[in-house]
Design a protein around this ligand. Structure first.
Ligand code: ADP
Length: 456
């Protein structure tokens, strides 16, 4: 696998190599066009100083001692004269054959710019070539004899003393930089490796893997988002499991009852009680069918983009229709219902909102006390519509209020009363899909008020 770490190191090394090559080309260009010429002129100046002393000395025998001492200062010197062997001072030249032009110094009195015209195959390495060709030469005369003085700096000395310190300095910077880059690369890739491991654990439904990443940068942000996601997934997983167990429980008990009573009906001896069994089977079958309907609705509402079928219609008329539908149940429970409905047109999904009013009204009936009251109101204010369902029922205590809109939550834990615990979560979901708000106020044994607000 191509690890990020390896790619990072290779990229850094490539960048270093490229920068060295570019720097070499630039340095070489500068050397060829500026430094070489300047070096040649500096050496000519130095040679002129030397011959000035030689020419004013009038003493050929003192040549050697003087040039020896100059050579010791870091120069390689050669002196030629026609018909005599060349004389050399200082570090010997590797190639000490004098080219044709060099002899022109003595024969024609010309200045020899060997350093400027010297070329090397490999970049500026020519600077270090220890050749006669890589010198400057100027003519001088002592006691009417023509001489040529050739000179170049002893480059071996370049690599001593302070130059070695400078080389060490550059090398240390290079080594520390490369080590720093390696360390940085590891620092950057380590949390990614941790994140990869964490995602693998997460895929195995292990939510206990903790990330040890304390950073303030983007990787730190990624790690904290990951932690938040892990928590959310853990929560979702628990909720899913609880949901499944609730669903199976709520499906199981009516099914068992249906099976049991159906079995009893098949036996001959229990004929007188048949009517009761049939009614239980009917009740349980209804409950199962309502549970399935609610579950199906919830699942479709859960889709990220539920297609709302919005139309403009009279909300007050819709509420009246729902109230009318429940008339016989109100009678049955001996409940009084009053309503004040301000006429208003709403742009909403009519079918879904019918579900909401059905749920709230059936709850107000189901959880009311005998001879209780229910009040339904619809008011329009500025840019909002408020609908309230107020009952004088059993009420809900503080603790239960926190969980009221959770799926399958029922205050009556024994599930004695008919219900699924899904109604209010469906109501809330539908209201939110319409960008509305739902709130509840309740007092145990006194009554409950559900308030829904829509923005016009
Ligand atoms: P259910 O099908 O059990 O009625 P809901 O989601 O509609 O499910 O309601 C959840 C729980 O909230 C109910 O079990 C009930 O205990 C409580 N509840 C809902 N409406 C009222 C109300 N008007 N008065 C008292 N308690 C209520």
């Amino acid at each position: 696998m191509k690890t990020l770490y390896r790619q990072f190191i290779i990229a850094i090394l490539l960048i270093i190599a490229c920068s060295i090559i570019v720097a070499l080309f630039i340095a070489n260009f500068f050397y060829l066009n500026v430094t070489k010429k300047e070096s040649d002129l500096q050496h000519i100046e130095m040679a002129e100083e030397i011959i000035h002393v030689l020419e004013s000395g009038h003493n050929v025998s003192s040549f050697d001692a003087y040039l020896q001492s100059i050579a010791k200062l870091g120069y390689q010197i050669a002196v030629i004269q026609q018909g005599a062997e060349p004389r050399f001072y200082g570090e010997p030249f590797e190639h000490n054959i004098f080219p044709e032009e060099a002899w022109h110094v003595v024969t024609e009195g010309e200045v020899f710019h060997g350093m400027n015209s010297f070329s090397s195959n490999f970049f500026m390495m020519g600077h270090f070539a220890n050749n006669i060709e890589n010198t400057v030469g100027i003519p001088f005369t002592v006691n009417d004899t023509e001489y040529g003085l050739f000179l170049r700096s002893n480059t071996k000395l370049l690599f001593s003393g302070i130059h070695m310190v400078l080389v060490g300095f550059v090398l240390t910077i290079a080594i520390i930089s490369i080590l720093g880059v390696l360390l940085l690369a590891r620092q950057l890739t380590r949390p990614l490796a941790q994140l990869t491991e964490a995602t693998k654990q997460l895929a195995k439904e292990d939510y206990s893997y903790t990330l040890d990443i304390e950073r303030q940068d983007e990787i730190g942000q990624l790690a904290s988002s990951f932690n938040a996601m892990q928590l959310q997934l853990q929560h979702n997983n628990l909720a899913r499991k609880a949901f499944i167990s609730n669903v199976s429980h709520d499906f199981q008990s009516p099914l068992m009852n249906i099976q049991g009573y159906a079995g009893l009906l098949q036996t001959e001896e229990l004929k007188p009680a048949h009517a009761e069994y049939v009614s239980i089977i009917d009740q349980e079958a209804k409950r199962l069918s309502s549970l399935t309907r609610q579950l199906l609705l919830l699942t479709s509402l859960d889709q990220p983009s539920y297609p709302l079928k919005k139309t403009n219609y009279q909300l007050d008329e819709q509420l009246k229709e729902v109230i009318l539908k429940y008339y016989w149940r109100l009678e049955e429970h001996n409940l009084d219902l009053s309503y004040q409905l301000t006429p208003v047109t709403i742009y909403a999904d009519k079918e879904l909102l019918t579900n909401v009013w059905d749920n709230l009204l059936s709850n107000a009936i189901k959880y009311n006390r005998p001879n209780g009251n229910i009040d339904v109101s619809l008011t329009v204010e500025n840019s909002s519509i408020t609908i309230q369902f107020n009952d004088t029922g059993i009420g809900i205590n503080e603790e239960d209020m926190q969980h009221l809109f959770e799926r399958f939550y029922r205050v009556d834990k024994a599930r004695k009363r008919d219900g699924t615990g899904l109604g209010l979560s469906i109501v809330q979901q539908i209201i939110h899909l319409h960008d509305g708000d739902i709130s509840v106020k309740s007092k145990a044994s006194t009554g409950t008020t559900f308030t829904i607000k829509f923005h016009l």
